[in-house]
Design a protein around this ligand. Structure first.
Ligand code: CP
Length: 304
């Protein structure tokens, strides 16, 4: 595999191998300090990011490599009208691997078709965020020691949340995963996701707008923020307030080993008191993201 554009580019065996490598790196980081010596990674971020960009950069540095790139479209020649295709071709001359985030769905595919080095999709519009999904899968595996046989609730903006779409698409390949979708009517999972992932794989699921009634059933709760940057004016007027705020009080009927996840950034969906509850896993997720990205860089650069 040369690029990672969609999480479905990876087989379940490949995902499991990446998870095992990430765990080995986490346990013995010193063994990996020089694996990417003399390699350069380019981070091309046309949209804001804290975790994805900085964890990729930290990952490359911890593998002994170097990083070049930009963190906003305005500081690149795309502001002068340069295409994604030309940008990818040019940056291939300076780097061994490209990580790209872009507000337009499909931009990383265009980049991969024009680059001569591997391209990783670091989030494209409302479509896909495969490395967040790898992060989420590593976190679920570390918390539950399995990637099947659980009930997961997705809560918040399920329409525009690309991390949700990516995670659902791959969890549908696992056995005995039940899904509960909690959102306002106008922010429900898009029809294509229900059709292509849920229905196609005969996944048992429920759609509801009532968070409290489903919390006791969950093994994993995946909270999301409202993706206001992707709202139209009409959606803005009907969606300014987030109806789902996870509080300690709401968790009192939850399972003792519930795993509360969130791709972050958080706005107000989880009150800060929850952070010190043993069920809060979202800051563990952040750290796991660096290790799984280290494993992915090694895989795409074909380094043992
Ligand atoms: N989870 C995530 O993609 O965060 P950033 O937007 O900060 O990269």
């Amino acid at each position: 595999m040369k690029n990672l554009i969609d999480i479905l580019d990876l087989s379940l065996d490949e995902i499991f191998d990446l998870i095992q490598t990430a765990i080995k790196i986490k346990d013995n980081p010193v063994n990996y300090l020089e694996k990417c010596k003399h390699k350069k990674m380019a981070t091309l971020f046309f949209e804001p990011s804290t975790r994805t960009r900085l964890s990729f950069e930290a990952a490359m540095y911890e593998l002994g490599g170097n990083v070049i790139g930009f963190s906003e479209a305005q500081s690149s020649s795309s502001s002068k009208g340069e295409s994604v295709a030309d940008t990818a071709r040019v940056v291939s001359c300076y780097s061994d691997i490209i990580v790209m985030r872009h507000p337009k769905e499909g931009a990383p595919v265009v980049a991969s078709m024009n680059a001569s080095v591997p391209v990783i999709n670091a989030g494209d519009g409302g479509h896909n965020h495969p490395t967040q999904t790898l992060t989420d899968l590593l976190t679920i595996y570390l918390e539950k020691r399995r990637l099947d046989s659980f009930t997961i609730g997705f809560c918040g903006d399920l329409k525009f949340g690309r991390t949700v779409h990516s995670l659902i698409s791959t969890l549908c390949r696992h056995k005995n995963v039940k899904m509960i979708f909690v959102s306002p009517e106008h922010l429900r999972l898009p029809g294509y996701a229900v059709l292509n992932y849920i229905d196609k794989n005969h996944i048992e699921y429920v759609e509801t707008n009532d968070l409290d009634s489903i919390i006791p059933k969950l093994d994993i709760l995946y909270m999301t923020r409202l993706q206001r940057e992707r709202f139209s004016n009409i959606q803005c007027s009907s969606s300014m307030d987030n109806p789902y705020i996870l509080t300690l009080d709401r968790l009192k009927n939850a399972k003792k080993d519930l795993c509360v996840m969130h791709p972050l950034p958080r706005v107000n969906e989880i009150e800060r008191l929850v952070d010190s509850d043993s069920r809060a896993c979202y800051f563990k997720q952040v750290l796991n993201g660096k290790y799984i990205r280290m494993a992915l860089i090694l895989k795409l650069l074909e380094i043992e």
